[in-house]
Ligand binder design. Structure first.
Ligand code: TEU
Ligand code: CA
Length: 553
């Protein structure tokens, strides 16, 4: 199994395609769209959770890990989906949410009844002597991280919403539940697993107050027992299948840790998601702010991770988008003047890096943040809490709304645009989130007249045929250039090389070619402006707006 040759597509089931017109995407909807998926030639699909859930956090609050939520379909639908995807050589990756479970899960319900076995599944603590909450920790979705545990004098820990109770991984029974769940789905033919916020499972048994927000994260992030329990989970479940693919979603992690989590000799995970490159438009590390992205920082972060992971034998999941992020095209591209070129430039930048690329549904047709005009269009618990907090902090409704507009997770969760019709061809019912801009941006139009989709097809194909892309080392170039992100890929055992130039701006910067490559013959491997395919390298090149070009030597 060659991780460097794989490309993974992400489907947010709630928003892909609604087969029964109740306004919510479903498994039968995905089955219907398999012919579309087949065109891309991806290897695996990561599905966000569709297990039984009260949906307080869109399925990341799981009440039953062994059942499909009826609003998404049945177990038969799931089995059919797996088998029909197999027919087009696509494997399935499921989302395992093990840091916490829904408070409606029977484990929590049993605990509430006073069942000692299950009480030990959670972090239950007494208030401090002075009556304060057990610790001063904050939930990542706003407010304190503790909530009253039924009618008792105890509180339970929730790093996310109060409907998501943190699981106690110190308890071997909890770890056994986790491997049982993974094995249940493995038996159904599932080959891939994405582990939600996996580096948060290692909270200490003795929980203490934090002195500031940065230190607070350290109290529960990347602790030593995380690796210990990943190794155990690997041994007891997915590690038994040499072809499994796993990815840990790692909140605020480091390169050093990510190397440990992923280097093959450690028997932990195939790869990790890290988020530092998606924080370059945060002010003071705070998501709920507005700031144009810092290009130099973006380059530095990506280059540092690429180099570090390469040198340490770690492996990265490469991504611009997912269901938690506003669209990269709206953040780092120019969706108004250069929607297609900037979408292709972002794709090239990412797909020619070292790692396994992920494509979030709709990225391949150049989707952008929806144009909403009222806070009532938004539904996500995180952004609605943030809106309230911004208002409480003295922002005007207008200012708060503008921040929500650029940062809300709902941006990416808008239903897939299939055609130009009123609900974008997603449903004939009332969609759970409203699509906008589908008249221009939709699958039908893209396949007929667009160029982004075919460009993605090319990139995916290249990864499978070019050793430089799938296996090459990474070296950053022109780190001081204020508009161009350049890098080189090279191999140990051959003199072949790749030089990739990506112009992140709408004007035409001159770009110096590294001296050792000047005067050499090169073929153009890919170019979003489609220039001629063979040249002798000059000393410098003038790039077109949002041009990406890769030269092979
Ligand atoms: O996300 C974890 C996480 O910390 C973020 O990416 C999160 O969305 C954050 O609020 C960004 O500001 C994972 C899931 O991807 C997310 O959908 C879940 O809500 C979260 O875990 C809890 O399960
Ligand atoms: Ca439906």
């Amino acid at each position: 199994m060659d991780l460097g040759k794989k490309v993974i597509y992400q489907i947010y089931p709630k928003s892909f395609y609604d087969s029964n017109n109740d306004g919510i995407g479903d498994l039968r909807g995905i089955i219907e769209k398999i012919p579309y998926i087949a065109k891309l030639n991806i290897d695996m699909i990561w599905f966000n959770p569709f297990f039984v859930s009260p949906q307080h956090d869109n399925g990341y609050d799981i009440a039953d890990y062994y059942q499909i939520d009826p609003r998404f379909g049945t177990m038969q639908d799931f089995d059919e989906l797996v088998s029909k995807l197999k027919d087009i050589n696509v494997d399935v990756m499921l989302d395992m949410v093990f840091n916490h479970c829904s408070t409606e899960n029977k484990w929590f319900q049993e605990a509430l009844k006073g069942n000692k076995k299950y009480m030990d599944y959670f972090y239950l603590r007494k208030a401090k002597a002075n009556g304060e909450l057990p610790t001063n920790w904050q939930s990542k979705f706003g407010g304190p991280a503790w909530e009253k545990f039924g009618d008792t004098d105890l509180y339970y820990l929730h790093l996310f919403d109060k409907s998501q109770a943190d699981l106690n991984w110190h308890n071997p029974d909890v770890r056994k539940e986790a491997s049982n769940i993974v094995n249940f789905w493995r038996n159904k033919g599932v080959k891939g697993f994405r582990f939600d916020v996996l580096n948060l499972i290692g909270k200490d048994e003795n929980l203490i107050d934090s002195t500031d927000p940065i230190e607070e994260k350290k109290l529960y992030t990347d602790t030593p027992i995380v690796e210990k329990y990943i190794k155990e989970l690997n041994r007891n479940s997915f590690g038994q299948d040499p072809n499994s693919i796993t990815v840990g979603e790692m909140s605020s992690t480091t390169i050093e840790k990510s190397i440990e989590y992923t280097k093959p000799s450690n028997d932990e995970l195939s790869m990790v998601f890290a988020f530092h490159h998606l924080k370059v438009d945060y002010k003071d590390d705070n998501k709920w702010t507005q700031k144009p992205f810092d290009f130099m920082q973006l380059k530095q972060v990506l280059s540092k991770w690429q180099t570090g992971m390469d040198q340490g034998d770690g492996w990265q999941a490469l991504f611009w988008n997912n269901h938690d992020q506003p669209w990269a095209l709206s953040r780092f591209g120019d969706p108004i003047n250069y929607r297609e070129k900037s979408a292709e430039m972002l794709a090239t930048t990412l797909h020619l890096l070292r790692g396994t690329p992920y494509i979030y549904m709709g990225e391949e047709i150049g989707m952008i943040n929806p144009h909403y005009y009222s806070i009532h269009n938004y539904v996500d618990v995180e952004c609605l809490n943030a809106y309230q907090e911004l208002m409480d902090a003295g922002y005007s409704a207008h200012e708060a709304f503008n921040i929500i507009k650029t940062k809300s997770r709902d941006n990416a969760r808008v239903p897939m645009h299939w055609d130009a019709s009123r609900n974008a061809g997603f449903t004939t019912g009332k969609p759970w989130l409203k699509p906008t801009d589908q008249t221009e941006i939709n699958v039908e139009n893209e396949l007929k007249n667009g160029e982004i989709f075919t460009y993605y097809q090319k990139l995916i194909k290249l990864r499978k045929s070019e050793e430089l892309i799938s296996d090459g080392h990474f070296k950053a170039e022109l780190l001081d250039h204020p508009q161009v992100f350049a890098y080189r890929r090279y191999l140990d055992h051959s003199s072949k090389q790749l030089l990739v130039l990506n112009n992140f701006y709408g004007y035409e910067p001159w770009t110096d070619i590294p001296t050792d490559l000047q005067g050499k013959k090169a073929t153009v491997l890919i170019d979003n402006y489609g220039t001629k395919d063979c040249i002798t390298m000059p000393d410098s090149i003038k790039l077109k707006p949002y041009q990406s070009i890769a030269f092979k030597f």
